[in-house]
Design a binder for this molecule. Structure first.
Ligand code: SF4
Ligand code: SF4
Length: 439
């Protein structure tokens, strides 16, 4: 019996070899177990258990890396890692600079390689990760279908009936009102006024298909500030969802396609308006560090990649002058705030708009519960976290919500409706563009 258990532990340790590399061990050992990160962690607040805190998860990972967990331990580790939002709120709270996001990413890849998912999970992963996300045109066709579903009022009937099973219902709940107004693929947008440079625009797969007005506003704002905007038609999904689900090889392939797409176009900068995609693009150098052909190209792409708020904070040559009367609650994207450390720039842009009163949340550093595919895979927890965010917004008496990432945008539209607040939700660049239009 004991021998069988030891063999099982050895086998698990062998298959988790990614967690045993010196680099990973060094990252793990950086944790001094001080617990300073606990109060920053949304899942610790929901579950109140050590194993759902960053410190607890790190201790569990150390046990796995040291070959000290059996099959039951492995299942438990998977459960607690699945409950992690990957929001990285624990990173800025950590005095020891633990790179928790990277620890989590590697662990998810290792677990994915170690497990054989069931037929249903494989089917759902195939639909999402293979069939849809890497294909921008297919996503747009799907968005057209969803638009039709909305305008023929089927959506109202479905929502009223409540018969959709989870997780389909969770997906339906975050479907935004769709405006299927798409630019011609690869279309160039000329600079307006004084020419300042040429930027490559990263469209984002879901953003482009389901929140088309955000991209339209982003391009208009860049144009108004003197930038010619090109959108390479060969670009694809950034691969963030793939990495969240441990599908490393697919994420690497998407990264190579994006690098090729943006290298083929001479641009001064690559700009993205989605905090999650931006962070993923900036991780390409790490993702492809062992690729002899793409490692350098990835580093070059990372050096030229900017979040749109950070870019505009330095290159806003034409101030917005149109008056908007709005009390705006800005909701940080975790991947923008904790991952890219872009915190003040979106707020500064909003403060420039005449008539906009920016109001602070009590907990601006807490996730909204979107977190990639978290609101579809961990439905109840995501809902609890979203409710807390909506309560925080309610207390500001805001008349508008502004945000800076696709997933947060979808989640907040759903939260605004479900909480009864019924506030409009806009990306920061949409608010800027509204001001320009009225100026
Ligand atoms: S990434 Fe977010 S949910 Fe996960 S441990 Fe860190 S703070 Fe908690
Ligand atoms: S704050 Fe950093 S060092 Fe302290 S327990 Fe959390 S991850 Fe470990």
């Amino acid at each position: 019996m004991l021998r069988k258990q030891l063999l099982e532990i050895n086998e698990i340790h062998r298959t988790l070899e990614r967690l045993t590399t010196p680099a990973y061990q060094t990252m793990l050992q950086q944790c001094i177990h001080c617990g300073m990160c606990l109060q920053a962690c949304p899942t610790y607040h929901v579950f109140g258990t050590e194993m759902d805190s960053p410190r607890g998860r790190i201790v569990f990972l150390q046990a796995a890396a040291n070959g000290a967990i059996d099959q039951d331990g492995l299942s438990l580790l998977t459960t607690h890692l699945d409950r992690c939002l990957g929001c990285r709120a624990c990173e800025p709270a950590c005095p020891s600079n633990v790179q928790y996001g990277r620890l989590l990413e590697e662990a998810r890849i290792a677990l994915q390689q170690q497990q054989t998912p069931g037929l249903a999970e494989r089917f759902v992963r195939w639909i999402g990760l293979d069939l849809l996300l890497p294909h921008r045109q297919r996503l747009k066709r799907l968005a057209w279908l969803c638009w039709f579903y909305q305008i023929c009022r089927l959506q109202s009937l479905v929502r009223a009936s409540g018969w959709l099973p989870e997780p389909l219902n969770a997906m339906e709940q975050i479907l935004p009102p769709i405006i299927p107004r798409y630019r011609r693929d690869g279309q160039r947008a000329p600079a307006l006024g004084t020419y300042r440079g040429r930027v490559g625009f990263f469209a984002g797969c879901v953003q482009e298909a389901f929140l088309a007005p955000v991209n339209e506003a982003s391009i208009r704002v860049l144009q108004r500030n003197g930038f010619e905007v090109v959108e390479p038609s060969a670009q694809t999904c950034c691969g963030a969802a793939h990495i969240h689900l441990g599908a490393e090889a697919q994420a690497q392939e998407l990264a190579r396609r994006n690098i090729d797409a943006f290298t083929a176009q001479p641009v001064d900068a690559i700009v993205t308006n989605a905090g999650g995609c931006g962070l993923m693009l900036k991780e390409y150098a790490h993702l492809l560090k062992d690729d002899p052909v793409y490692a350098q190209k990835a580093a070059a792409l990372v050096a030229r990649t900017y979040d749109i708020h950070a870019f505009l904070a330095e290159h806003l040559y034409v101030p917005p002058t149109g008056r908007l009367t709005a009390r705006v609650a800005y909701v940080d994207s975790c991947h923008l705030r904790h991952g890219q450390r872009v915190i003040q720039q979106p707020r500064s842009l909003l403060r420039l708009i005449p008539g906009v009163e920016l109001v602070d949340l009590h907990y601006p550093d807490r996730c909204c519960g979107s977190a990639g595919v978290y609101n579809i895979t961990q439905i109840a927890t995501a809902r609890t976290i979203l409710d807390a965010k909506m309560d925080d917004i309610r207390q500001t008496n805001a008349t508008m919500i502004a945000t800076s990432n696709t997933g947060c945008h979808l989640q907040l539209i759903a939260g605004s409706r479900q909480s009864g607040l019924a506030l409009p939700v806009h990306h920061v660049v949409e608010v800027l563009e509204q001001s320009y239009q009225q100026g």
